[in-house]
Structures are given as structure tokens and as C-alpha cells.
Ligand binder design. Structure first.
Ligand code: PLP
Length: 392
């Protein structure tokens, strides 16, 4: 027996465990303190009533012999894939139903897709970014190069012709920076991928937050993207499915001459047995008129929170990205070069918790992430405390 030695090359992730440890130590020492948490990127609003009703109906179906369902199609039920097809079509993107694969969330498929690629590929990952892209490739022993996201490029790195990459990760709107690419910027990435023969792994987990005209919600809004990009998306942030688990991955037929679609289908039918029927019924309800209306109300709450946070930073003259097209606000730590020192300062002086930017990559040092997924009252109170603490 030989272990996968690549696991030894993983860096320990202390980010959220250190945040939790520091917060509980502070709470234990200051039991009166009312700590406001704007750290972890989990949603706080419940599932929409339309989703719950659809799942309840599905539960009842499972309890009757005539309507009971056993194994479903590995790629997902047609009713959900067709609803997703319609969702893309309304944004001008034509997909065939069999290009859409239902998953138990974007995180699983972001890792699973790597089955299709040789270990001898070079991977280009933005820094800072969602840590899963780096760790899944370290586990496979792939070479990783970084695309520097900095204040100078608005945390939106563009292709560098001198860098040779085979797999390119793009996360837009980005976690943690909230920065979102325009269609024109993505067209430059598509052109680069086509020139060097690379595949783009496009993470659209936060697409529903994009509001501004000209910004992309899907990479397939860019001509030629179907020949070079896989897209991952999720109901987690769109519809509060972080605990319910459902997402989807788009693998176009045109990609790599059809090879990747065929391989992904083979991979999924071999290693995956599909998402529960009940969950898929809940996900399909997201696209009904009632579901869409209810979900829009929830998203409006998060957007108001994001606006409160960005207005606060505008008022304080603190540089940031995100907020407008994203549930994350990414700020330069005012008066601190070290993200953890700023974390301690906010925790101790304002009892507000955020996430230190250095936990997402070296370029995150000196930056800080606040999430708009908190409650409205929590966010409004946090804003008041930030204003009082950080005003010059
Ligand atoms: N992609 C990004 C950029 C994320 O931030 C997250 C979750 O926070 C995910 C994917 C995971 O999504 P899911 O809940 O669908 O697995």
C-alpha cells in the first residue's frame, strides 16, 4: 500500500478554525460582548416557501407505491435540466439539455472534474481565491501557477501571454474579492485559452448577484466559450441550498472536440448516482414564477446588506472591491498591513467578525472580507460600529 504523497504538500488551512478559535476565546473572556459575525460565507435566510412546498410534495410521492422513485438518472432529472436550460435561454445562452449535469453542489464537481485531466497539466489559479482550486490540484500533484489579483488590476487579473497554462480557473463574481469580469474581459480569457489550447474552469457560484450591465453571468455569453470552458454553478447562494445541496455543471459538446462531454458523462455514470429526487424537485421550484419572486426577495435582503457595507466604506474613504455585484465586500485594512491584526482590532474594539484576506492567498495580505449574508439587523449594527471605530 502506498499513500498519495501529494496530500503531504497540502498546506494546513487554519483560516476558519483560527477565526472560530479567536472568537470563542474572546467570547469566553467577555461574556457580555454581543459579537456580530460577518465572517463565514454561509446564507442565513431559510429556503423559499415554493421550494419547501415542492419538496413536501416530493416527500409525499416517495411514500406512495405509484409515485415512489428509486435510482434516478445520474445526470439529473429532465424536469430540472430543462428548467436550467430555460434559465440560460432567458439570458441569451442556448444549451442542449444533455450539456447540463445536476450535481450535489459546485464544490464536488470542481474537484471531480479533475478526473478528466492528466496530472501533467499546468493549472493557472487567481490569487486570492476560493481555496478549493489549489487544494484539489495539490492532491493530484499538478503544477500550479498563480495569476496575481491586486488593487492595481482591480482584483481581476487578465491573461499574460508569457504564462503557459492548460487549465485556467476563473471565479466571477469572485470569492473573496467580489470583483466580477465584464464580457469584454472574459472574451480576452476565451481568446487566450483558445490560443494556448487550455480549458477554462469557470465558477459562476455567485452569478445571481451580478446586476451591472456589461458584466457576465455566464462565460457562455462570450462567443467561442463553448469550445474552451466548463461552467460550474450552484443553488447554494442563489436559493439558500448550502445545506440542501444541489448545483449543476455545464459541459458543452463543442468542448475539446466532444471528448470532455463524453468523458464527463462516463465519469458521472460510473462514480455518481445522482441528487435526491426530493432535492431536485425543490431546485426546480426555484425557476417557477412564485419561486423566482420569493428568491428575488431573499437576494434583495443580501444586496441591501452589501450596499450598507459599501456605503459605510465609501463614507469612511476605505478602498474596496465587490459589494455591488457580489455578496462579498473586500476592503483594504485601514491602518494595518496585516489582515490578522485588523481582525483582532475589529473583534476587540467593535466585536465585529470578518475574514482575514491573507487566508485566500498571498495577495490577500492587508485585505479583509465582509459578507452580506448576515441578518439585516446584524449588518446594520455592524455598520454603526465600523463607522464609530474607523472614522478618522
Ligand atoms: N465556488 C465558490 C467560489 C464558493 O465560494 C463556494 C462556496 O462557498 C462554492 C463554489 C461551493 O458551492 P456549493 O455549496 O455548491 O458546493
Amino acid at each position: 500500500m502506498k499513500l498519495n504523497q501529494n496530500y503531504r504538500n497540502l498546506e494546513e488551512s487554519y483560516l476558519f478554525s483560527t477565526v472560530a478559535r479567536k472568537v470563542s476565546a474572546y467570547a469566553a473572556a467577555h461574556p457580555q460582548a454581543e459579537i456580530l459575525r460577518l465572517g463565514i460565507g454561509d446564507v442565513t435566510l431559510p429556503l423559499a416557501p415554493a421550494v419547501i412546498e415542492a419538496m413536501e410534495r416530493a416527500v409525499a410521492e416517495m411514500g406512495k407505491k405509484e409515485t415512489f422513485r428509486g435510482y434516478g438518472p445520474e445526470q439529473g432529472y429532465a424536469f430540472l435540466r430543462e428548467s436550467i436550460q430555460g434559465y440560460y435561454a432567458r439570458r441569451g445562452v442556448a444549451l442542449s439539455v444533455d450539456e447540463i449535469f445536476i450535481s450535489d453542489g459546485a464544490k464536488s464537481d470542481l474537484g471531480n472534474i479533475l478526473d478528466l485531466f492528466d496530472a501533467d497539466n499546468t493549472v493557472l489559479v487567481p490569487d486570492p481565491v476560493y481555496p478549493v482550486y489549489v487544494d484539489t490540484n495539490v492532491m493530484a500533484g499538478r503544477r500550479i501557477v498563480f495569476a496575481n489579483a491586486t488593487a492595481e488590476n482591480g482584483f481581476l487579473p487578465m491573461p499574460d501571454g508569457r504564462v503557459k497554462a492548460d487549465l485556467i480557473y476563473i471565479c466571477s463574481p469572485n470569492n473573496p474579492t467580489g470583483a466580477a469580469y465584464s464580457r469584454g474581459q472574459l472574451a480576452a480569457w476565451v481568446a487566450y485559452a483558445q490560443k494556448v489550447g487550455a480549458v477554462i474552469l469557470y465558477d459562476a457560484a455567485y452569478e445571481c448577484f451580478v446586476q451591472e450591465e456589461g458584466l457576465a453571468r455566464s462565460i457562455y455569453e462570450v462567443e467561442g466559450a463553448k469550445e474552451c470552458a466548463v461552467e460550474f454553478c450552484s443553488f447554494s447562494k442563489t436559493a439558500g441550498f448550502t445545506g440542501t445541496r444541489c448545483g449543476y455543471t455545464v459541459v458543452p459538446h463543442a468542448l475539446a472536440g466532444g471528448a470532455l462531454h463524453k468523458m464527463w458523462l462516463r465519469r458521472q455514470t460510473t462514480k455518481f448516482n445522482g441528487v435526491p429526487y426530493i432535492v431536485q424537485r425543490g431546485a426546480a421550484a426555484v425557476f417557477t414564477p412564485e419561486g423566482e419572486r420569493q428568491i428575488a426577495e431573499n437576494l434583495a435582503v443580501y444586496r441591501r446588506n452589501a450596499k450598507r457595507l459599501s456605503d459605510c466604506l465609501d463614507g469612511l474613504g476605505i478602498w474596496y472591491t465587490g459589494g455591488k455585484n457580489s455578496p462579498y465586500v473586500w476592503l483594504r485594512c485601514p491602518g494595518f498591513d496585516d489582515s490578522w491584526k485588523f481582525f483582532d482590532h475589529l473583534l476587540e474594539e467593535a466585536n465585529v467578525v470578518g475574514t482575514p484576506g491573507c487566508g485566500f492567498g498571498k495577495n490577500g495580505q492587508g485585505y479583509f472580507r465582509l459578507t452580506a449574508f448576515g441578518g439585516e439587523d446584524t449588518t446594520a449594527q455592524a455598520v454603526e460600529r465600523l463607522q464609530a471605530l474607523l472614522k478618522k
